[in-house]
Design a binder for this molecule. Structure first.
Ligand code: IPM
Ligand code: MG
Length: 361
């Protein structure tokens, strides 16, 4: 029997509530598909900071490196707002991305037909939305040098972040973009700010060059401000989007609203030897600890793990079908609830999905 080691890093806030539900779903898959899972937990984020003094617990990176995949929750929260920059909970996640070379972040945003009314946007806008945002994850403003704050004697200050990309970094994420688009509807929108930023001019130049290797994929260049507007105006015009780190961070949150709620969006961070799978949503401090968070993003992230890390495509589809089934039956967590649906908590939603999944083996 194949046995897979999964590093589990729930992190903070609702990350601690939704991650165990994704683990439960993987255990059902394990039983049904006859594969073994060994889960090992490590602390990250504020939880790691409180317990160990650093935002990525000692040994956590090594555990991730020695695993087949990483199941991640979320990090951060108001408790740690005042800690020094290099100790912020988010640094734990950023360190993992950088150290593991997870440069390609896949964030699918699909508007399921039964959730059309869960989106605050009009049905005529969101219906049929099915896009994949590919976000570059280890470059740009997040990691560029120089960065820092200079304090002046007169009380003033100057802070710097650098948006930098090498052609090599652009080329590899562009290839991911074209490869993914090729398996979808063969349309790639490369998003940049080439009318202002030299980084974006290089981005556009390299993406165009790489595009020559993919004549079957239609490439268009879209300015980021225009893309932000088009996403809430006519999202169905997009199939696959590829963009740099910060633009991708912002646009993928926007895309979440097309899917009904942040609580629906999974993600996969790929590139290095071990991939990291995490819901796009954050720690949601306002609802943490109440047992009402939507576990679907975490569960769909587990489905991505099955697909991309373990090649268990059929089982990934089973998990996705189980989620759809439960939604079709009218069950909703509070974030996607609307008139005429039954509202359930985190555990109950996961119970329903587990049952729908078990029924498929
Ligand atoms: C995300 C998050 C992270 C990011 C934070 C938690 C560091 O917003 O994954 O989108 O900015 O990348
Ligand atoms: Mg974000």
């Amino acid at each position: 029997m194949a046995t897979y080691r999964i590093a589990v890093l729930p992190g903070d806030g609702i990350g601690q509530e939704v991650t165990p539900e994704a683990v439960r779903v993987l255990n059902v898959v394990g039983k049904g598909a006859g594969v073994g899972f060994e889960f090992e937990e490590a602390l990250v984020g504020g939880a790691a900071l409180d317990a160990t003094g650093v935002p990525l617990a000692p040994g956590a990176l090594e555990l991730c490196r020695a695993s087949h995949a990483i199941l991640f929750g979320a990090v951060g929260g108001p408790t740690w707002d005042d800690v020094p920059h290099e100790k912020r909970p988010e640094r734990g996640l950023l360190a993992l991305r950088k150290e593991l070379d997870l440069y390609a972040n896949l964030r699918p945003a699909k508007c399921f037909s039964m959730l059309v009314d869960a989106s605050p946007l009009k049905r005529s806008v969101v219906e049929g939305t099915d896009l994949m945002v590919i976000r570059e994850l280890t470059g740009g403003l997040y990691f560029g040098e120089p960065r820092g704050v200079e304090r002046f004697a007169d009380g003033g200050a100057r802070a710097v972040n650098t948006m930098a990309y090498t052609s090599r970094e652009i080329e590899r994420i562009a290839r991911t973009g074209f490869e993914v688009a090729r398996k979808r509807r063969k349309r790639l929108a490369s998003v940049d700010k080439a009318n202002v930023l030299v980084v974006s001019q290089l981005w556009r130049e390299v993406v165009t060059r790489v595009g020559k290797d993919y004549p079957d994929v239609t490439l268009e260049h879209v300015l980021v401000d225009n893309c932000a507007m088009a996403l809430v105006h006519k999202p169905t015009q997009f199939d696959t989007i590829v963009t740099e780190n910060t633009f991708g961070d912002i646009l993928s949150d926007e895309a979440a609203i097309l899917a009904g709620s942040m609580g629906m969006l999974p993600s996969a961070s790929l590139g290095g030897a071990v991939g990291l799978y995490e819901p796009v949503h954050g720690t949601a401090p306002d609802i943490a600890g109440k047992g009402i968070a939507n576990p679907i993003a975490a569960i769909l992230s587990a489905a991505m793990l099955l697909r991309y890390a373990l090649g268990l495509e059929k089982d990934a589809e089973r998990v996705e079908r189980a989620v759809l089934r439960v939604l079709e039956e009218g069950h909703r967590t509070a974030d996607i609830a609307h008139v005429g649906t039954k509202t359930v908590g985190t555990r109950e939603m996961a119970d329903l999905i587990v049952r729908a999944l078990e029924a498929q083996y």
